[in-house]
Design a protein around this ligand. Sequence first.
Ligand SMILES: [Mg+2]
Length: 126
Amino acid sequence: MNSLEKDVKNFMEGKYNMSDFNSYQRSAAKTAVYDDAYKVIYPTMGLVGEAGEVANKVKKVLRDKDGVFTAEDRDAIAKEIGDVLWYCAALATDLELTLGYIASQNELKLSKRKANGTIGGSGDDR
Ligand SMILES: [Mg+2]
């Protein structure tokens, strides 16, 4: 079992911790080199750009490979998701938020929606 398979297995077994997000965020902050004058806006623009890179890679698999993802496709998309994650971490840092808090709040929101049968539909406060 390789490291990815082990990590996916742990994830599926519920062996993860929201504090892992904060560890990642602290690490990511060490590689944030943009000027303080561009706080918030720089990671926001980067996040949108990297999300577009994810979408473009997925689009090309749909267009060229009938939606069948190869290991190379998955690796390439994983790198772009990593870029998205880095910009999420940087944005959270600039807004004095933690990824652990954000993840916990999101998990709580979605759990309530599932319990209420409102996963589908629209509106932030359903
Ligand atoms: Mg990228």
